[in-house]
Write a protein that binds this ligand. Structure first.
Ligand code: HEC
Ligand code: HEC
Length: 650
């Protein structure tokens, strides 16, 4: 390269991208792939507009064990594997070409009359809009029935001295499926993943270095303890997860007219205290004023259909969040995809109703009044004559009942998913699906129940296993829905909050004051990473483009829909670029005498946990300018933060 970008002029986005490519060609990016790109869903109603077409015209030859032409329409993943659907581009999709064709051998369906013009039009709009699919829906009929009670799994014998209970179960699974054990992860990789997974932050460079140098035994277990004991950072990080799940936000829909209530202070304190999960949930379902925001839900403005009234929101949210059950379909009619009926959805809704709740079927009133009842009547009954408070108290007891295996399994699966990148049951919101290891799931769930529902203990248990301390599996292989479901931890994308925290840390641009109600202020003598975290701030354009959801719906997994790089590009990077420019100017002012190499080393160590390779160093020097300029430093920050190595948790 014969030109230092930073010196002459501010680089254009294209030049910056070129600089990234220059770094990427050095080689350590090889084999790394970002999440799938390109699909942005558009509101085509899969359940009602698309699924019936597939069911009536394609299912007989392409689902549930019959896969003519090796083409499966069981799930969205299976469909996409064939490459006959190009997301966003119906015109380039063989599937559309085939349903349009007049050639008898080529046209689909292969037998019988062709699709109508309107059916084809719907399929096109669906593909153009990203081919959305009801999460977890499969045409494959499952014979698995998840039992209500937890079982007592017997631990297989340890192999090769790997005696952690998780490893005994995982190793036996891997051997049974003839899957090689994933390779162990090195210390630096382990520390970075652990920090990001448990407290959401990059490891501070000094601590990372000391950890890698440390030669004593038990150092990983000690590091796990150390991050779990950082109550504040732990709460800051898991706040994101719970805000998504409980639809808690600091402003937005419902706050304008007071139809929504923050639970931030209660939630934050619960995380600081590591409140036992059963108590945590009892306080949400049978709440005091500070935690009632969850069951009160959102008061939507204007007329809403019957399935959006608050009682039904309650029914849907309780089912989804605590049990991984989708009650949406059953809120309008008996579900076609699982066992839940209209009366189940309304029974749960009636627990919270303050006046008699009439059942509506498909938005039409039926004249029947719903009787309060829980999803599993074997756990108890609720007298309709009781006042609301007593009904909720009874419900809270049944939800968190030690015999309610669905309760413990669901949270165990969510935590496993957060740490390992994929659930033991996949997807996490369809807990009726068969786990890849029922024994592992029930072992962990029982362990949680037996240890006072201690979530930090669960996280520590997982982090201490060799299964967690392994190199990441290649996502595409492990993702085969019909193949084995576990090969090792999967590469994850940073959440919007993790990315923004890291950005704020690198550029020292964190805000001074939190938006979340009830968060104690920063201590004056704080360690390096005590700063107001992104999770405590209302969303902004940058976080939105990186996938932070508005909290109008329960969100249990952040999409891997866009790559972070594309998201930054899409949003035109205004806020991102401003942050980099502001940060770089501050940094340059704060260390006026620093040399280019000092900037480069400290940035690489902080951001990537390593020093740059020689080729990277040369490129970075070019970018920085001589002497280092604020523009040059902003460019270098940009180049480093858009690297997959930075954005992915491996
Ligand atoms: C009666 C059985 C039958 C039905 C019904 C049927 N198909 Fe097929 N399909 C086949 C067979 C056989 C093949 C493989 C032969 C071929 O490539 O033409 C195939 C192949 C395909 C392929 C090519 C897959 C690939 O990767 O090459 C697509 C796409 C496809 N079908 C879509 C559909 C769609 C969409 C429907 C419903 C509208 C449908 N099919 C209904 C029998 C059927
Ligand atoms: C907002 C209300 C509502 C929700 C939510 C809803 N449906 Fe429906 N559904 C309807 C209506 C209305 C009909 C058609 C009228 C009827 O069956 O009486 C229908 C019909 C159906 C049918 C029959 C269509 C056919 O052509 O055979 C299926 C299958 C179906 N829904 C699946 C689902 C699934 C799966 C879900 C959840 C993902 C769902 N529905 C959620 C309102 C809803």
């Amino acid at each position: 390269m014969d030109r230092g970008y930073g010196r002459q002029h501010h680089p254009t986005a294209a030049e910056r991208r070129f600089a990234v490519l220059a770094l990427a060609t050095i080689g350590w990016l090889a084999g790394e792939s970002l999440a799938r790109a390109g699909d942005r869903p558009r509101p085509v109603d899969f359940a009602h507009e698309i699924a019936p077409i597939i069911r009536d015209h394609c299912a007989g030859c392409h689902t549930n064990g019959k896969y003519k032409g090796s083409f499966s329409l069981d799930t969205r993943e299976a469909m996409l594997r064939s490459e006959s659907v190009v997301l966003g581009k119906s015109a380039q999709s063989e599937l559309i070409e085939r349903v349009l064709s007049n050639e008898p051998d080529f046209r689909m369906p292969q037998k019988g009359p062709g699709l109508t013009a309107s059916e084809i039009e719907r399929l096109r709009a669906w593909i153009d809009g990203g081919a959305s699919w009801e999460p977890g829906f499969s045409f494959k009929v499952s014979r698995y029935v998840a039992p209500l009670k937890l079982r007592h799994p017997v631990l297989p014998a340890a192999r090769d001295g790997r005696d952690h209970p998780i490893d005994r179960l995982v190793d036996s699974y891997l051997d049974a499926h003839k899957i090689p054990r994933p390779r162990p992860i090195d210390d630096a990789g382990f520390a970075r993943r652990l920090f990001l997974d448990v407290i959401g932050l990059l490891p501070p460079p000094g601590e990372l270095e000391a950890f890698v140098k440390d030669e004593s035994t038990g150092k990983r277990a000690r590091l796990i303890r150390r991050v779990l004991d950082d109550q504040r950072a732990y709460a800051d990080h898991w706040l994101t997860f719970w805000n998504d799940l409980l639809r808690n936000d600091y402003k937005g829909t419902g706050y304008i007219d007071g139809g929504r209530k923050q639970i931030s202070a209660w939630l934050y304190q619960s995380l600081i205290d590591n409140k036992p999960y059963d108590r945590f949930v009892r306080e949400l379902i049978s709440p005091k004023p500070e935690s009632e925001g969850f069951i009160k839900g959102i008061k939507w403005r204007g007329r809403v259909n019957a399935s959006q009234v608050r009682e039904i929101q309650f029914s849907q949210n309780v089912s989804q969040v605590f049990f991984g059950i989708n009650m949406k379909c059953a809120s309008c009619h008996d579900s076609f995809i699982d066992r839940w009926k209209l009366d189940d959805a309304y029974g749960l809704a009636a627990v919270i109703a303050e006046s008699p709740l009439e059942i509506a079927r498909c938005d039409k009133l039926t004249g029947r009044i719903a009787a309060p009842k829980f999803l599993w009547p074997e756990l108890g009954s609720i007298d309709p004559a009781w006042p609301q408070e007593r009904r909720l108290e009874k419900l809270a007891g049944m939800v968190t009942h030690p015999d309610n295996g669905w309760f413990a399994r669901t949270i165990v699966n969510r935590v496993w998913h957060r740490l390992m990148g994929r659930g033991i049951v996949h997807p996490v919101d369809v807990m009726a699906n068969e786990p890849w290891s029922p024994d592992l799931l029930d072992y962990l769930a029982r362990d949680l129940v037996d240890h006072d529902y201690d979530l930090k203990r669960l996280i520590g248990q997982i982090a201490e296993s060799s299964a967690y301390q392994s190199s990441p599996a290649i996502a595409s292989e492990a993702d085969q829905p019909d193949g084995p479901a576990f090969r090792g931890p999967q590469v994850k994308r940073m959440t919007a909050e993790q990315f923004v925290d890291a950005l704020w840390l690198l550029t020292k641009t964190a805000p001074a004051k939190a938006d979340a109600a009830g968060r104690p202020p920063c201590e004056a003598t704080a360690p390096e990473h005590r700063f107001i975290r992104a999770s405590l701030m209302s969303s902004n354009e940058l976080m939105r483009s990186l996938g932070r959801p508005n909290r109008e719906q329960v969100v249990t997994t952040r999409g891997d829909v866009l790559t972070t790089l594309e998201a930054l590009d899409l949003s035109n990077g205004q806020l991102f670029n401003d942050t980099l420019a502001r940060g770089a100017a501050n940094l340059i002012r704060s260390r006026p005498g620093a040399t280019a190499d000092e900037w480069i080393d400290s940035l690489y160590l902080q951001a990537l946990g390593r020093r740059p390779a020689s080729g990277e160093r040369a490129t970075a020097r070019e970018l920085l300018g001589k002497p280092a300029t604020a523009e040059g430093l902003a460019d270098l920050l940009w180049v480093v933060t858009v690297l997959p190595e930075f954005q992915l948790i491996r």
